[in-house]
Design a protein around this ligand. Sequence first.
Ligand code: SRM
Ligand code: SF4
Length: 654
Amino acid sequence: MVKSAPPPLTARKPSKVEGLKENSNFLREPVATQILEDTTHFSEDATQILKFHGSYQQDNRDNRVKGQEKDYQFMLRTKNPGGLVPPQLYLALDKLADEYGNHTLRATTRQGFQLHGILKKNLKAAIATIIKNLGSTLGACGDINRNVMAPPVPFKNRPEYGYAWEYAEKIADLLSPQTGAYYEIWLDGEKAISAEEDPEVKAARQRNGNGTIVHDSEEPLYGTHYMPRKFKVSVTVPGDNSIDLYSQDLTLVVITNPGGELEGFDVFAGGGLGRTHNKEETFARLADPICYVDKADVYDIVKAIVATQRDYGDRTDRRHARLKYLINDWGVDKFRAKVEEYFGKPVAPFKQLPEFKYEDFLGWQEQGDGKLFLGISIDNGRVKDEGSLQLKTALREIVEKFNLTIRLTPHQNLILCDIDPENKPAIQEILDRCGVVSDPGKIEPLFRYAMACPALPTCGLAITESERAIPGILERVRALLDKLGLQDEHFVVRMTGCPNGCARPYMAELGFVGSAPESYQVWLGGSPHQTRLAQPIVEKLHHNDIESFLEPIFVYFKKSRQLEESFGDFCDRVGLDAIREFAAQYQPETVPVTTEETPTQVAATKKKAAPSRSRSRISLYDEVYNKLKETATSEGKSMTEIVNEALKAYLQID
Ligand code: SRM
Ligand code: SF4
């Protein structure tokens, strides 16, 4: 097959970032110069290149004061294929968080760790420490292949899981940037102390498959312009959707023979979630099945897909630059045909796969080789010490004492691996002493399956709160479900502070996507196993109105669900129109819950027997609210009762 001519130069101008990449001398400048300057922050241009090194310039948005310089600080993100964090790296990160960061570590939705709050003057020392402790931040952000995900569970007696780990590492190596910039800048040119690269991967990277590589370049796969946009890969096994495969640019599914030996991979491509409010040309999209390849061809198919996006992805509009738009614009057949040109031969048809299911692998479990693993739930991935929950201390003590390897999960949790059964009691003692729940049965399931992105105060793109808001909102959703007789019900809730979708809310059964200060776009109808996209039902729901908005939907679910039907499946089956219709005619049957979480407002509800059952809201001044709350607590009454009594007296209603 002959490769067709490269795409014609488009009439539109490449975006500004394309020029910055081109002039960066393979990611060196302006970072190399500006890191030496005694300043609190980098220039706007340098921050774009800094991303490729795994760091974002941020500022603490809680500390913004008009007219004053921002409180600049840096976020660092590690790249850990398959979520692997060796004990030495974990302990180094734990220490860095205290030495230079904000005393927390943040497990991410792509199996990495983030440190927040690092000052520019400490950035070099922090990155150097990570590299010297077997970690890396190179390519964790920027227009390049990001962390390669794989199921985190150490099932040692299931060879397919071992292959997923192995190929996550290999694809990460294949697509890693080759520039010397990283070690020059952060280690003064010292070479990293890392394992020798697999010769098979090295050879595959250099192999010239029909235009997949850029000759005589420091970056054989990427060239001077790297990718048009971020590129996300995962490797999984049939049936395991712990990595949210439909949201990835590229997913490989391990196919083994009946003897458990690796035969090849099914390939999905074109997933992605980021969108912009009120811009319909941006959208979340599920990945499509593309083809099957034999194991011998796996590097070439990955290179062919990367080269297709590299050469044909839209470099003029960053909102239209992800692979999902290319596949959407071309259609799968044209995309496959172009990939075949780079691949050099026709691809084989996709092999049928079983249904994909989501699992979180929490609690103590056998790993199949006589050892145990322990999956620990971390609320929104934030590893910290706070009050009676001393998670950071517990993890440090356990990893230090027992030298355990960690696997971060795609759900912001972690798994402690390879535990000698005789150490179980000692580990359990540390967890109990530090208030860490190890029995997943004791975790409120709404919290267990929920995720939120960091949003405020660190994320510069946040429109509203997410990580800091979700605990209160989940408690209110729980109270509402309980009130409606749905005590045993739970579903997947995900929240983000803006539409970029970092906690993958569009795959959730109930998704909250920040759309204005204190308000969310609400998405319904994703599946419990993240195999379907949710749909938006409302554009801007103020968080004070969450109960009154969700109550009719939950009541409809309770009345009309099919046996064992989950909330997401129900919403998808009946559809948003039916939900809207039911809600419009809904008459509450019980007194709605009060909104004690919200400091400035309280629901003034009508009495149970009142003719109109709709709920009204009034605003209270803070001082009145605080006094009301105090009085309600001391008199053992609800705030609603007191408000109603007071208003009835004032309005002279009997
Ligand atoms: Fe993300 C940008 C946090 C996973 C889509 N993401 C950001 C930034 C760096 C904000 C910025 O650009 O200034 C956020 C930093 C916040 C902070 O203060 O730490 C941020 N993204 C995160 C993390 C930490 C969220 C989390 O709760 O863990 C995740 C880090 C993963 C990692 O270790 O690599 C994270 N981001 C995701 C995911 C989920 C995934 O990859 O599985 C998505 C949706 C999937 C996708 O890419 O389509 C995602 N992040 C985005 C986007 C929108 C991309 C797009 O195609 O439009 C942006 C904004 C952008 O790139 O312009 C973004
Ligand atoms: Fe920031 Fe938006 Fe991502 Fe949340 S979803 S971390 S607010 S970019």
